[in-house]
Design a protein around this ligand. Structure first.
Ligand code: AHN
Ligand code: ZN
Length: 334
């Protein structure tokens, strides 16, 4: 009798482990009918991504022209150089809404640059010079940490870059960190053509790509991807310019169980870096961006362009939701 229980226990144990769903099963796909390629999606590490966000914020607000900004540029460049020898810092001059000429440093890291079939992943690394949406008007000229608005997307991309250095996907990947995205005119200083004073770094890159005639299958921009319970509706320019990419990414997110984050409803159009890449460079590019029509600013996440966009809003799980989804998409491309 004792033995019967023992055997039943052993059987249950083996059936149990045998059926257990692995977090990242290795998939085998038929590649052009000849050789089989095993696809393993590496484990996105949210602690690592969080640290990458914190390291940027620790420099202080990364406002173009400041010491914190140039020190952070060196940090990002060196970090990316530890993952690939192919890092370019593209320097250009851009003109702001208030007629300043700023140095713009777009930082580009390429993985398997020899491959024709490639995608790019992007985020902006500068932070906003003024908290013009802060509820307290005395903060309206204070620069922001931009933990979510800026650093979160870059943190996710640095973690992805770390994985790209450890295991190669089938396609080539470029990671583009755009500078001077967030120098748009403040709320109380609206200028005509004000919308085109956002995304100055991506406008520069779109007209002057780091490789002449640069092309990619598609691009994915990350903007404000670190707040707790983030919501990513389908931003309208992404839906207009890159509907198939949008569907592919949202479908993958849902397959991974992230339905509460990647919403199937449409979000308002945002003049973000992807808009200029679509318009000028003509590479279909989507924006994974936290939008919230119920927030007090009417469009973006609650602490957008306030001094409260600091490390306290960053949630590791959200970084994981986005990083895991993007890595799954990239590593399954063939
Ligand atoms: C506009 O408000 C038109 N664009 C803002 C894009 C942005 C700012 N993303 C992050 N900060
Ligand atoms: Zn911003």
């Amino acid at each position: 009798m004792k033995y019967t229980y023992y055997i039943i226990f052993i059987l249950i144990f083996f059936i149990g482990t045998g059926c257990k769903d692995q977090k990242h099963p290795s998939k085998t796909v038929q590649d052009s009918g000849i050789k089989k390629v095993s696809i393993q999606i590496p484990d996105f590490n949210e602690d690592s991504a969080y640290l990458f966000v914190k390291n940027q914020v620790d420099f202080g607000p990364r406002v173009p022209g400041t010491r914190a900004h140039s020190r952070c540029a060196s940090y990002l460049t060196e970090k990316l150089k530890s993952y690939t020898p192919h890092v370019i810092v593209q320097n250009g001059k851009v003109r702001t809404f208030n007629d300043l000429t700023l140095n713009c440093n777009n930082i580009i890291a390429s993985f398997q640059p020899e491959k024709q079939s490639r995608v790019f992943l992007a985020a902006h690394w500068d932070s906003r010079p003024f908290a013009d949406h802060d509820p307290d008007p005395s903060n309206h000229k204070t620069p922001i940490d931009g933990a979510n608005d800026g650093a979160s997307g870059v943190g996710v991309l640095l973690e992805i870059a770390r994985h790209l250095s450890l295991s190669e996907p089938i396609i080539g990947v470029d990671i583009i960190l755009f500078d001077v995205e967030d120098y748009g005119p403040p709320q109380d200083n609206q200028v005509s053509e004000g919308n085109d004073f956002w995304g100055l770094g991506s406008q520069y890159w779109s007209r002057n790509p780091h490789v002449p005639g640069y092309m990619a299958r598609y691009g994915i921009l990350l903007d404000m991807v670190g707040a707790e319970n983030a919501r990513f509706p389908q931003e309208a320019f992404s839906k207009y310019y890159a509907p198939d990419i949008l569907k592919k990414v949202w479908k993958k997110a849902h397959k991974l169980g992230y339905n509460d984050y990647f919403l199937l409803e449409e979000g308002s159009p945002i003049n973000d870096d992807h808009y200029y890449v679509n318009k000028i460079r003509k590479i279909p590019t989507i924006d994974i961006i936290h939008l919230d029509p119920a927030s007090s600013n009417g469009s973006f996440f609650e602490y957008w362009h306030t001094i409260n966009d600091n490390m306290s809003v960053i949630d590791k799980y959200t970084l994981n939701v986005v990083g895991h989804t993007v890595m799954a998409v990239v590593y399954e491309e063939r």
